[in-house]
Structures are given as structure tokens and as C-alpha cells.
Design a protein around this ligand. Structure first.
Ligand code: ATP
Length: 487
């Protein structure tokens, strides 16, 4: 079972401390969300799982953490200043403003070249709010957030203009040579980065699915110009499908989308999106999906455009501002070239949402009451074990429970909770996805044993306190994530 819709997760997330609407006491801020005590743990666990999988378990990937604000020239030569925009239209009937390329009828069936404004004029495109085809022509809106550097800069001083990065990838490209040289890397190898990105989205919404500030997990995998690039895209798609499966996501809720040529980003020759079923409640199957991540073949576009050597037909340097040539010298063939890049780019927030939706389940207890169980993969669960005293007015029981919590903490994230009756405490831990509840009762004082309750089966088992850490660790472990090498 998965969550019936995103709204179910929005209310669970707020009630239980995963995600709160941001700036709520001031009326909120359109589509901004804050991660609460459990949300920050879940997001951290996802980021750590990703980092372990790519940077630690493989031998061909390095990590970096670059600045969010980069030299403006980075965005000039990456093409983002000129082309990182979305088409906007207004509905003349209901006055809504929307992203045109998300509307029904925008792209012709069968793909290929098309004139968007002609299609809008002909009434082929439909307003997502009221269904009218009375829409304005499209105009472009650059999505990069602008800011100014320096306290003395004027509002419109072009020399002070800077952007918040709209993708983490550029921080990797501009460091390609630094990393390659410092780490003495040979192709193929990758560079991974996790961090915030910012896009002034035209129509943010659907909870944490589309926000203006979000977090990405991106990796640029550098290969030779004659590598089988399209095949490598497929290989990374397969690896990521496995990874998402390892996070507990049901593959029935994932599907692939080959991005049609006309819709590719300016740097891409091929992109395959991995889509998640974020909208299971929608009757039309086609409308249930939204992008979870994309795997793009970016060619040598970025490294070449940031380099000072390439020239145009007239022999003029294409990039007179760069001080470096980001090419690579292949010792074995004695050739110099710009590496090509395969880029798997995933969103932390969209992964959080997919994981929460997929983990959601309901179960009825013996009293006929419905309980929510969040069947999170143990590696992602914010709390691995909750230590609960059966009687909170009995100092020996409380003392023993607290001591067990302290003893477990070095090996796994544990909490102590005595804020309700045992039934309530179990229900609360089920709802936040804690795999194990450990109950300390009167008998524990005599036999030095506790009850371990399983979140998914509600089965209970008596375990010696001296064996507890090992017992829990063993049961938390069966979720290894394999990382086979790309050949
Ligand atoms: P979309 O078509 O949904 O706008 P995109 O194709 O522009 O997404 P990419 O540029 O490929 O997205 O970014 C890589 C990943 O970053 C996305 O797959 C998504 O997980 C995440 N991402 C991008 N934009 C947002 C956003 N506004 N809010 C949350 N996550 C985002």
C-alpha cells in the first residue's frame, strides 16, 4: 500500500514533525517548507545513503562541496543566463499564470519541431485551472534568483550582480581540473555533490515536490569522447532504479520517461527521467507521474564552454574570460580532449516525498481502530529504536529504560519516551516509522530482559539487555545497497 495522495503525507508530516509550512506565523511563504526534527533526520539519512553508495562504496567517484554563489561568468558560459527560462502564459478567462510547457496540448503528439505560440493561438493548449483555451502567447522568464554582492553595490550595478545557483552541477564542472589533478584521477571517474539549488519557479506547488529552494544530489561522470554514452545513460538508469528499490520504493511506482528531442535542456543530447507516481488518486494513468530524477548525457558542452581554448569559425576564442583549459590528457593514447559527461541528477526533497508516500500504510488493530504505519526502510527511519518504560512512576523502570537508551545511542539512533500509555506510544512510533520499540517492564528488573516489538508485524520478542544492541543491529542490517561498477 502507498499513501492515497500527497495531502495524506502533508498532514502526517506536520502532525508528527517531519515537515512544516515555512513562515506559518506570518501567513506562510508560497511553497516554502521547513524540515522538522524527524524530517531533517530522514533527509540526512537519504543524503548519507546516497553519499555512501557513490563516494564510499565505489572507487571511481569523489565528493565536493562548492559555493552556492559563483562568479556570474559561470552562468554566462554554462548557458543559464541566456536559456534557463520557462515559458509563461496567462489565462484570459480565470487570470491564472502558468508554465506553458506543463499544459495539456502544448507539445504536439508524436513530438518534433513546433511553434508554441501558433499552437496557443489555435486554441490547442488548455488552462490547467479552468480548461479554457483563451491563453496569451508565451513569454520567457529566467528562473535564476538574482542577488548583489557587496554592501556598497547599487540595486542595478551589473558588476555586483550574482545568482543563487539553479543546479549544483556547475560547481563540479569548474572544479573538474582541480579534482582530477589533486586526486590523480584517470577517466572514467565521477564527482558528486549534495546541496541547495534555487529556481524562481513559475508555478511551485504540490508540497515539497516543486519549491523555489530545494536540494539536489548530483553526480557528473566523466568519460571519453568515444565512450558509449547512450548505453551509459541506460546503465545509470538501472543503477538508480536499484538504489531507489533499496530505499524501499516499490518499482511499480517508478517508470522511465525518455525526454523527446524537442524538450531536451540546452546541454543535453539524451535525457531519461525516472518518474514516481506522486498522484495515485488521478484517474488518468498518464497524469499520475512526476519527475523524481533525470539522467542526462551532457556531452562535453560544459567543460568546453568553460575553457579558454575553443574557437569559433572565425578563429575567435569562444570564452575569452576563462583562464583555464578544462581538457584532459590521455596518457595511453597521447591525446588531449574534453571529457564527455553522464549526469544523474536527483532531488533530495522529491526522494523524501517518494519515500514517505511509498512507506505509508494502514492497519486495523484488534479493537478495530485504524493505525498508520510508516514502513520506512530501517536505514532511512529517523529513529531506529524507541525505549519505553511500562510504568513511568516507577523509578527503577525509568532508570533502566534511560540507561538502555544511553547504551544504544553510540550504535544506533534511539529515543526515550514516557509521554503516554504504552498503546499510544506504540502508535506514535509506528506512525513515524521507528522499526523497533523496546519496552522495559516490572519483570525486566528481575530477568534483565526487555520486550522488542516489531513495527510491521507487531510481534514481540523477549531479548536479554546484554544482547540488545547486537540483536537490533542485526535486524536493522538486511538492507545493503549494492553498487555494481559501470563497465
Ligand atoms: P522539472 O521538469 O520537474 O522542473 P527539471 O527537469 O527542471 O525538473 P532537473 O534540472 O533535471 O529538473 O533537476 C534535477 C532534479 O532536481 C529533479 O529531478 C528534481 O528531483 C530536482 N528538482 C528540480 N527542480 C526542483 C524544484 N523546483 N523543487 C524540488 N526539486 C526540484
Amino acid at each position: 500500500m502507498t499513501a492515497p495522495n500527497i495531502d495524506t503525507i502533508v498532514s502526517l508530516a506536520k502532525r508528527r514533525g517531519f515537515v512544516f509550512p515555512s513562515s506559518e506565523i506570518y501567513g506562510g511563504l508560497g511553497s516554502a517548507w521547513d524540515y522538522g526534527p524527524l524530517g531533517v533526520e530522514l533527509a540526512n539519512n537519504i543524503k548519507q545513503a546516497w553519499w555512501r553508495w557513490l563516494v564510499y562504496e565505489r572507487d571511481d567517484i569523489e565528493g565536493v562541496d562548492s559555493s552556492i554563489i559563483l562568479n556570474r561568468l559561470v552562468w554566462k558560459y554554462s548557458g543559464h543566463e541566456a536559456t534557463f527560462h520557462d515559458p509563461l502564459v496567462d489565462c484570459r478567462e480565470c487570470k491564472s499564470r502558468m508554465r506553458a510547457d506543463k499544459l495539456e496540448g502544448y507539445f504536439p503528439e508524436g513530438g518534433g519541431q513546433f511553434d508554441a505560440n501558433a499552437r496557443l493561438r489555435e486554441g490547442l493548449v488548455k488552462c490547467s485551472e479552468c480548461g479554457s483555451t483563451n491563453l496569451t502567447e508565451e513569454r520567457y522568464f529566467n528562473m535564476m534568483f538574482r542577488t548583489r554582492l557587496g554592501a556598497l553595490a547599487d540595486e542595478d550595478d551589473p558588476t555586483a550582480l550574482a545568482y543563487l545557483r539553479p543546479e549544483t552541477a556547475q560547481g563540479i564542472f569548474i572544479n573538474f581540473l582541480n579534482v582530477q589533478t589533486a586526486m590523480r584521477r584517470k577517466l572514467p571517474f565521477g564527482i558528486a555533490q549534495v546541496g541547495k539549488s534555487f529556481r524562481n519557479e513559475v508555478t511551485p506547488g504540490n508540497f515539497i515536490l516543486r519549491t523555489r529552494e530545494f536540494e539536489q544530489m548530483e553526480m557528473e561522470y566523466f568519460v571519453k569522447p568515444d565512450a558509449e554514452h547512450f548505453k551509459l545513460v541506460d546503465e545509470w538508469v538501472t543503477l538508480y532504479l536499484e538504489w531507489f528499490k533499496g530505499l524501499g520504493i516499490d518499482t511499480a511506482n517508478l517508470k522511465l520517461h525518455e525526454v523527446p528531442k524537442g524538450e531536451l535542456a540546452h546541454y543535453s543530447k539524451r535525457t531519461v527521467d525516472i518518474m514516481y507516481r506522486y498522484f495515485p488518486e488521478r484517474a488518468e494513468e498518464e497524469r499520475q507521474w512526476e519527475e523524481l530524477m533525470g539522467i542526462a548525457y551532457r556531452t562535453d558542452f560544459d567543460l568546453r564552454s568553460h575553457s579558454n581554448k575553443p574557437t569559433d569559425e572565425d578563429g575567435k576564442r569562444v570564452n575569452p574570460d576563462s583562464t583555464e583549459d578544462l581538457s584532459y590528457f590521455d596518457e595511453s593514447t597521447k591525446q588531449r580532449f574534453y571529457p564527455h559527461v553522464i549526469e544523474p541528477a536527483a532531488g533530495v526533497n522529491r526522494t523524501v516525498l517518494a519515500v514517505l508516500m511509498d512507506a505509508y500504510s494502514e492497519k486495523t488493530n484488534d479493537k478495530g481502530e485504524m493505525r498508520v504505519i510508516l514502513k520506512l526502510s530501517p536505514q532511512l527511519a529517523p529513529i531506529k529504536a524507541a525505549i519505553l518504560p511500562l510504568a513511568k512512576n516507577k523509578p527503577e523502570i525509568v532508570g533502566m529504560a534511560r540507561a538502555i537508551k544511553r547504551s544504544l545511542q553510540p550504535v544506533l539512533r534511539a529515543v526515550y519516551d514516557d509521554t503516554g500509555g504504552i498503546g499510544k506510544l506504540y502508535a506514535r512510533q509506528d506512525e513515524i516509522g521507528t522499526p523497533f520499540c523496546v519496552t522495559v517492564d516490572h519483570q525486566s528488573l528481575e530477568d534483565e530482559a526487555v520486550t522488542v516489538r516489531d513495527r510491521d508485524t507487531w510481534e514481540q520478542e523477549r531479548v536479554k539487555v546484554s544482547d540488545l544492541a547486537e540483536h537490533l543491529q542485526k535486524r536493522l542490517k538486511p538492507y545493503p545497497i549494492a553498487a555494481p561498477e559501470v563497465s
